[in-house]
Design a protein around this ligand. Structure first.
Ligand code: ANZ
Ligand code: ZN
Length: 876
């Protein structure tokens, strides 16, 4: 055994041994329980960042823990390889997205390997290969034929200068990111998934998942189920000119608050509403306003916060309950895509309506009062205006005095009877538009024929291969300029036809990769049935909270589709979810003359701390001049505070990086980068190495396996600590998933080990037992050093073949404990008593000691204080 810890030598050796033995290659094995541990696969952006290292270390810790516990573990890895960054890089460097992507994959694969993750590399996949996306195309054609995928017009951002469609993130302050031109809205045909048909199943099945409550809530809110009513307001006789037949008689609205109907003071419709168009015919100002609304952002977040704008139409409708005439306004806060694109505005009890009414001087009529009336306070708007609980109706005629639910029911029944409304459940979720006018994505397998329409590409003609030796020039998708790609024959009539040149949203590929890992090389089907039956779903999924909504929702949706097609036996893809926190680092900047900031990387800055350990001052190493400290922030390019994991691996080794990550914070919380803590982690590993080195120098030993109660005091104490640590660490890894406390417990155990006297009988055996257990307990987190040190302790078989240590029940009970005996607060003696000895027995034993006798000087005790399991203080 090497005397000194040298990770640069020992880590590659351990990795090589695992690879040669195929330790992490998973095979279906019905004799063992399976554990499928999945981490969100990376986008191959160039190199790993700290977030990746944290994510994959957590996955690896759980995988290795389960492995030692007898599970048949599968931990795969792959590449979410389509997407815009490759096209942007192509524009910048003139390389084909494919080449750039494959080079990045090669480099990042090497990085992952150097971190020693127990990955089954035989299952590696990249979503940009035809071997992968062909199955997505096949599924697409089947679902298209069934109508689960359909075509309709969708709105996109159009850059009139670059003549191209822009993704949302390419629109900056309403302008194209490259051209700077004001972006227009365009309607183009796109393909949509009917995810709304699955809204109820997506909600219901959340119940059975072992996911953070917060993530489930985010999913529920996104689906946004609300129970309300459709209410029809008759169009007043004098207001019907120019209205299409469908809207001539009444305007329908969707409301979750029919109880407030008597408080409606106007109606508001979206700019796209037919009534708006009819009213605008003789109203140029309204026409201009409608055009302005249509050009604006469609993001819902913006709708809520943007300045409220609107114009009256001069048209009126009638409140079905009381016959009141209400004017119809066109308002920019009403969405065309939600409900009926029209709202009954109740400014007294809805925040948006209130803001709008205030701005335009429209009436506000209160119809709800708190059971215990309170003066109106604008700061407590919601408590007062928006309240449902503890309220009753006022100014509502026959409905006065009813509480929310009673009023909802009574007004609902009345509207029913009048034929003016009915109950309706509404979802916020929209159908999923998957067409992208981009090059680097999976081609949509549809052929357009003038005679036959949209024809799905037949299975035997799949895959539709994306040409890879293409360098986009930024002016739209190159596929639209490649007749060799789009010119084709119609599969139905054989006539001249054109391929679809749009590609799919890259969320598609990441929606089903969890199943492809089960049989990644199968070239006859999407998922091999026996593999799907064995692996079922991921037992554990680990990834960033930023994917809490869309990715998880789409993957859940795809699982339901694949289940419906008989491809997988499960309805949910990820049984248990861990969302890891962000990795933060200190930020440093200087303010430029123009007021902007230059950000400096933590690696280029020297930071000093005050005596409380808080950052005090920082200087840029290059010029020795001070820089401002900007606080802890998520590592990002924009703040230039990313720390490159490769530098840590090169300096300290993979185990140090892994240990720091797991020790510095619980996995779901944010982790603050800290150089001193990295060094601390490294020191601990050096100490562990030295401890084992010193021990094994004296020759081989075998672990203690005798009767615990025959051991002498300090060995017994150590074993008590050891077996309690085993129990605690097992619980930390398995149930709690808190790895920082597991590490802390092992550190404490090692401290006690250092203080233990191993001289007597069984000494070496207990030491051997303890060190073996320490290495097993640490293997999930620091596998290289553990594997290496294990080999120094045991020549018979490597660590990866071992089983997780079990705590010895005999050692878990501390039968005897040692307590201090004090007289007037000064230590005078010690006693050894049964751990469960009653208080008076402990007092008697303390009084009887020689030390107590001597220092009490014959006086009677005034008071005896017993601190259980610690000390007895006799006051005289
Ligand atoms: C009257 C009312 C009174 C409303 C009140 C709320 C509070 P959720 O819960 O998200 O489904 N609404 C309906 N359609 C709309 C559209 N196309 N664009 C913008 N807002 C719309 O929201 C339902 C509520 O949002 C509905 O209930 C309606 O306003 C508004 F004290 O009707 B409410
Ligand atoms: Zn045809």
């Amino acid at each position: 055994m090497q005397e000194h810890y040298q990770p640069s030598v020992s880590e590659p050796a351990a990795q090589q041994a695992w690879a040669e033995q195929g330790v992490f290659n998973a095979k279906e094995d019905a004799s063992k329980p399976k554990f499928y541990c999945l981490s969100m696969f990376p986008y191959p952006s160039g190199k790993l960042h700290m977030g990746h290292v944290r994510n994959y270390t957590i996955g690896d810790v759980l995988s290795r823990f389960k492995r030692l516990n007898g599970f048949n573990v599968m931990q795969p890895m792959g590449w979410d390889a389509f997407g815009m960054p490759a096209e942007n890089a192509a524009l910048k460097n003139g390389t084909a997205p494919a080449k750039w992507t494959y080079e990045n994959i090669a480099y990042m694969r090497g990085q992952l390997k150097s971190l020693g993750f127990g990955i089954d590399w035989q299952r590696e996949l990249a979503t940009c290969t035809p071997e992968y996306y062909r199955w997505e195309q096949l599924l697409f054609t089947k679902l298209f034929e069934k109508g689960v995928i359909y075509k309709k017009l969708g709105t996109v951002n159009w850059d009139p200068v670059d003549q191209t469609v822009l993704a949302n993130e390419q629109v900056i302050d309403g302008r194209g990111w490259r051209s700077g031109a004001v972006v227009e809205k365009r309607e183009i045909p796109m393909y949509y998934f009917k995810i709304t048909d699955y809204a109820e199943a997506l909600l219901d099945d959340l119940e059975g998942l072992d996911w953070p409550e917060q993530v489930k809530t985010m999913q529920r809110n996104w689906i946004g189920k609300s129970r309300g009513m459709t209410v029809r307001f008759a169009v007043a006789e004098d207001s019907r000119q120019g209205l299409p037949e469908s809207h001539a008689d009444y305007i329908q609205v969707y409301t979750t608050r029919p109880d407030t109907l008597m408080g409606a003071t106007y109606l508001a419709v979206a700019a796209e509403h037919p009534l708006a168009a009819a009213a605008a015919q003789s109203h140029p100002e309204l026409q201009a306003f409608i055009a302005e609304c249509k050009a604006g952002s469609v993001a819902e977040a913006d709708m809520a916060t943007m300045e409220k704008k609107g114009l009256p139409t001069g048209r009126f409708v009638v409140n079905p309950l009381n016959g009141e005439r209400l004017e119809v306004w066109v308002a920019n806060y009403v969405l065309w895509g939600y409900g009926d694109g029209a709202v009954m505005a109740v400014p007294a009890h809805d925040e948006r309506d209130f803001e709008f009414a205030n701005k335009f001087g429209l009436p506000v009529k209160q119809v709800i009062e708190l059971d215990e009336p309170q003066p109106y306070d604008p700061k407590n708007w919601h408590e007062w205006y928006g309240a449902k609980e503890g309220t009753r109706l006022i100014n509502s005629g026959e409905f006065d005095g009813l509480d929310f639910q009673a009023a909802f029911n009574a007004i609902g029944a009345k509207l029913n009877a009048l034929g003016a409304g009915e109950a309706k459940t509404q979802y916020r979720l929209r159908d999923w538009g998957i067409s992208r006018q981009r090059y680097w994505g999976c081609p949509i397998p549809i052929i357009h024929c003038d005679a036959c329409g949209d024809v799905p590409v037949p299975a035997e003609q799949l895959p539709v291969v994306l040409p890879e030796d293409v360098i986009p020039d930024g002016s739209g998708s190159p596929l639209t300029k490649m007749p060799e790609f789009y010119e084709t024959a119609c599969p139905k009539c054989g006539g001249h036809a054109k391929r679809e040149t749009d590609t799919m949203d890259t969320f598609m590929e990441s929606s089903w990769y969890q199943f492809r890992y089960m049989s990644p090389q199968d070239d006859s089907q999407m998922v091999e049935p026996a593999a799907a039956a064995y692996w079922q779903a991921a037992d554990q999924y680990i990834g960033g909270i930023e994917h809490a909504i869309l990715h998880l929702l789409y993957a859940r949706f795809f699982t339901k589709l694949m289940h419906g097609e008989g491809i997988v036996p499960v309805r949910e893809p990820f049984n248990r979810l861990l969302t890891q926190g962000m990795v933060l680092a200190q930020t440093f900047y200087r303010v430029r003359e123009d007021g902007g900031k230059d950000w400096f990387n933590p690696a280029d800055v020297d930071l000093t701390f005050d005596d409380k350990g808080r950052p005090a001052a920082a200087v840029l190493r290059a010029d020795g001049q001070p820089v401002e400290i900007g606080g802890m922030e998520k590592m990002s390019k924009s703040k230039n505070n990313g720390v490159d994991p490769q530098a840590i691996i090169d300096t300290y080794g993979a185990d140090t990086a892994r240990l720091f990550m797991m020790f510095a914070a619980p996995p779901e919380q944010s982790l603050e980068w800290n150089d001193a803590a990295v060094e601390g982690a490294h020191r601990f590993l050096r100490r562990l190495w030295r401890t084992v080195y010193e021990f094994q120098k004296d020759g081989a030993a075998s672990a203690f396996s005798g009767n615990h109660n025959e051991l002498s005091g300090s060995l017994k104490d150590l074993r008590f600590k050891l077996h309690n640590t085993i129990a605690k660490v097992s619980d930390d890894y398995g149930r709690r998933q808190q790895f920082n406390t597991a590490v802390a417990a092992v550190m404490e155990l090692l401290n006690q080990f250092d203080k233990t006297d191993f001289a007597g009988e069984y000494g070496r055996a207990v030491a051997q037992e303890t060190l073996e257990a320490v290495l097993l307990l640490l293997w999930p987190i620091v596998p290289h050093i553990s594997e290496n040190l294990w080999a120094a302790l045991r020549e018979d078989s490597p660590l990866w073949q071992q089983r997780w240590p079990q705590s010895d029940p005999a050692a878990l009970v501390q039968t005897e404990i040692e307590m201090m005996v004090q007289v007037n607060g000064k230590l005078r003696d010690k006693i050894t008593v049964a751990a469960d000895a009653p208080k008076d027995a402990v007092e008697a034993a303390a009084l009887a000691t020689a030390g107590a006798q001597k220092f009490m000087e014959g006086k009677a005790p005034k008071k005896i204080i017993v601190v259980p399991k610690r000390l007895v203080n006799i006051v005289v």
